[in-house]
Design a protein around this ligand. Structure first.
Ligand code: ATP
Ligand code: MG
Length: 360
């Protein structure tokens, strides 16, 4: 079976370090391993409009930003097709047909959608498009017959919904679509990185992010503002690890090499955790360490990003090329889908012949 990877991000802002550990890092690993047939990354502008309909400029002004973030972390357009969702109109058409295979009750049960509705204070005024976005995500995935989806764990209900649609479609219309499987980060702290405010998820919509483009100074300020252990007041107090955001970040980002370089008093995170719980380690010291680690990751990303900011036309052409390619693939799948749904009246004269047989 072919290995086809698809993943994407909403252009609702610049990308943050939650994206980095949750998804971008696995994308880079996959890209470098090279063990795949096709690799697509989608900028999900149509999906972003489902909860930003009144603010199209927000989406438009983030298209190149997200593309530059990809290129800055090291996504290579020679190995990966980066494309813009709304420019592939086949995806909308697939969404329309798939929506017949999903019940309203099923969408209402989707835990991620439920949580996001709460977060956005939609109450009873949920836009139909937003409610429907798990179906549109199924279209995005299946249009490319993607079977490997590197995501954070907030996306699991979407992948499950896609598998259900694939199974229903294939049962009714014959074998056409491919069931996808998620690829989650193995490090548990990376599944859903919390925000700097300690909120369960770092998210553009919550404004609790460290962005890949943050300057050294911004990064320092954010790290030093981070939520730690409210009971740890004096240095000698016993500290708590559970729910302490700085430790979650250290779980996600630190390595033994970082200890050797920036905090040689300890060999690894286990030792540091023990010492903190015992008392005698100040939060400032921890934050300084975390800052050094994050800054070391972000510095080369900032440098590469600067290059693309000075070569915007290159970025623009990469998107144009990637989108053109993606459109061809999606068109092929849509043709198969419609054929199998018997929606192909003018492809040949078969429809006419069917009637002629009946009436002549
Ligand atoms: P929005 O608030 O607009 O929904 P977001 O910050 O949630 O934005 P998305 O574009 O929805 O970002 O997510 C893109 C990808 O990044 C998804 O695969 C998602 O699982 C992953 N991701 C987003 N936030 C995190 C996080 N805090 N930890 C781990 N993965 C994340
Ligand atoms: Mg999101």
């Amino acid at each position: 079976m072919q290995k086809i990877i698809l993943t994407g991000d909403r252009p609702t802002g610049k990308l943050h370090i939650g994206h980095y550990v949750g998804s971008l890092k696995s994308r880079l690993k996959l890209q470098e391993a090279g063990n795949y047939d096709e690799f697509f990354i989608m900028i999900a502008d149509a999906q972003a409009l489902t909860d930003n309909a009144d603010n199209p400029m927000k989406i438009r002004s983030n298209i190149l930003n997200v593309a530059m973030d990809y290129l800055a972390v090291g996504i290579d357009p020679k190995k990966v097709h980066i494309f813009i969702q709304s420019e592939v109109s086949e995806l909308t058409e697939l969404t329309f047909y798939y929506s017949n295979l999903v019940t309203v009750a099923r969408l209402q049960r989707n835990p991620t959608v439920k949580q996001e509705i709460k977060l956005r204070d939609f109450n009873e005024s949920i836009p139909v498009g937003f409610f429907n976005y798990p179906i549109s995500q199924a279209a995005d995935i299946t249009a490319f017959k993607a079977n490997i989806i590197p995501v954070g764990d907030d996306q699991l209900p979407m992948i499950e919904q896609t598998r259900e649609i694939v199974r229903s479609f294939n049962r009714i219309y014959g074998d056409t679509l491919v069931e996808p499987k998620e690829l989650l980060p193995d490090n548990k702290a990376c599944l859903r990185l919390p925000g700097i405010d300690g909120n369960a998820k770092m998210s553009k919509s919550l404004g609790n992010c460290i962005y890949l483009t943050d300057s050294k100074e911004e990064l320092k300020q954010k790290v030093f503002r981070m939520y730690t252990d409210p009971l740890h007041i004096k240095v000698e107090d016993k500290g708590h690890i559970e729910g302490n955001t700085v430790f979650t970040y250290l779980d996600a980002f630190s390595s033994e090499a970082d200890f050797a370089k920036f905090y040689p008093e300890f060999k690894n995170l286990e030792e540091l955790k023990k010492a903190y719980q015992h008392g005698g380690i100040g939060d400032m010291k921890l934050k300084k360490f975390l800052f050094e680690i994050l800054n070391q990751i972000l510095e080369p990303i900032r440098q590469r990003r600067k290059y693309y900011e000075n070569h915007l036309e290159e970025v623009y052409e990469i998107l144009k090329e990637g989108t053109k390619y993606a459109e061809q693939i999606a068109a092929k799948t849509l043709e198969e889908v419609k054929n199998n749904m018997k929606l192909n009246y003018f492809k040949n004269k078969q429809l006419l012949e069917e009637y002629q047989e009946k009436f002549n």
